[in-house]
Design a protein around this ligand. Structure first.
Ligand code: LMR
Length: 396
């Protein structure tokens, strides 16, 4: 049977890391995968995370299974981070959250749940979007539609075209929205644009599914949740896939969550019982360690303060790199206006570099960026900036 199979294409993001690792060039630069690097080019364990880990390891007495939906303390901590302290969605029981192996695991649980219980529902994803989105839903058996998102003329949000497309979606379809730091464009709706989208989604009776993988890396932990809260104010039901890979630096611990909001507490519990079946049939129950660290950090006043400072430092360093990148390109004599990169938020910039230029950067300069021209700004440092901008100036 297996001899009939041909080679599958490499993953557009993680496949790039594999190619990068094999590249013998000592000056190679990886701006592909969305991983934060500090000024030295390292991806360190956050100090708050290291302290929480120490406490957990000192107090750990068992490696027994977690519940199918994970730890209840984690579920509470996740909801508080999403909605803010004392939010009625949490106190009323209208929201439930299950622990999941990363944001991808949460999306897959959502996809299985939707496919099983709402088989006619299609998922609308932005054009462009994270390279894995379409694959996750298609392999779960869901039909995928796209809505326009990025306006190449303004390098900003094409809100009118987006709203027009979503206006044609039938009730019961699912709209995947990026909570903040849109991947790959770095372009987010402004607060009043979020309100307009929230009204449209509610009026068309669409189900929002918010992919929330960069909370804190855009404008701030609470500010980045404003779009989600606008949706919560209008939509009676929604789903949120959270990832803590980036804002806790817990990439390989696979810490994420799927939060479901229902019109009433009873409906939320009924939906939860079905989510648990999807989980049990998929990976049985979640990995414990990353989520235990997140719970410990969020529940402890001192660790939480330290973590919030670390998230702020990551956010500020990325913003500095955006400015330095634009300035260094200017110094290298690049005529094209790249100032829009300073307005984009989060780890990524949609550079406007085309396929040939991306390929030339890789072949001639050992600089790895994702095919569509997405650059991981969080991988830029003062050390690699000169070489990066000289190479871009050359391929332009
Ligand atoms: C990315 O977009 O680079 C990250 O979300 C990592 C991944 O899994 O693709």
């Amino acid at each position: 049977m297996f001899e009939q199979l041909t080679m599958a294409p490499p993953d557009p993001i993680l496949g790039l890391t594999e190619a990068f690792k094999k590249d013998p060039n000592p000056h190679k630069i990886n701006l592909g995968v969305g991983v934060y690097k500090d000024e030295k080019g390292d991806t360190p364990i956050l100090k708050s995370v290291a302290q929480a880990r120490q406490r957990i390891l000192a107090g750990e007495t068992t490696k027994n299974y977690l519940a199918i939906d994970g730890s209840p303390e984690y579920s509470r901590a996740v909801q508080e981070l999403l909605f803010g302290p004392g939010h009625p969605l949490q106190s009323s029981g209208r929201a439930v959250a299950v622990q999941a192996p990363g944001g991808t695991g949460a999306l897959r649980v959502a996809a299985d749940f939707l496919h099983q219980h709402f088989p006619g529902a299609r998922v609308w994803i932005s054009e462009p979007t994270w390279a894995n989105h379409a694959q996750i839903f298609r392999l779960a058996g869901i039909q995928v539609q796209t809505y326009p998102y990025f306006d190449t003329h303004t390098n900003g949000l094409g809100l009118e075209a987006m709203c027009q497309a979503l206006d044609s979606a039938p009730a019961g379809d699912v709209v995947l929205l990026h909570g903040c730091c849109h991947n790959p464009t770095g372009v987010d709706p402004e607060p009043e644009q979020w309100r307009r989208l929230a009204e449209l989604v509610a009026a068309r009776r669409l189900l929002p599914l918010v992919d929330f993988a960069y909370q804190g890396l855009g404008r701030g932990l609470r500010e980045d949740a404003e779009g989600l809260l606008s949706l919560c104010a209008t939509a009676p039901e929604l789903l949120v896939a959270s990832s803590f890979s980036k804002n806790f630096g817990l990439y390989n611990e696979r810490a994420g969550a799927l939060t479901l909001v229902a019109p009433a507490a009873e409906a939320a519990l009924q939906a939860l019982s079905h989510l648990k079946i999807c989980i049990r049939a998929n990976y049985s129950n979640p990995p414990a360690h990353g989520a235990a660290i997140i719970t410990a950090v969020l529940q402890d006043t001192q660790l939480r303060r330290e973590w919030e400072g670390e998230v702020q430092a990551m956010r500020q360093r990325i913003a500095q790199m955006r400015s330095l990148f634009v300035e260094t390109l200017r110094q290298k004599g690049v005529k094209r206006d790249f100032s829009f990169i300073e307005r984009q938020r989060g780890m990524f910039s949609f550079s406007g570099l085309n396929k040939e230029q991306v390929e030339a950067l890789r072949q001639r300069h050992a600089i790895y960026i994702v095919g569509g021209g997405r650059i991981n700004v969080a991988g830029m440092t003062r050390q690699n900036m000169e070489a990066l901008c000289s190479a871009i100036a050359q391929v332009l």
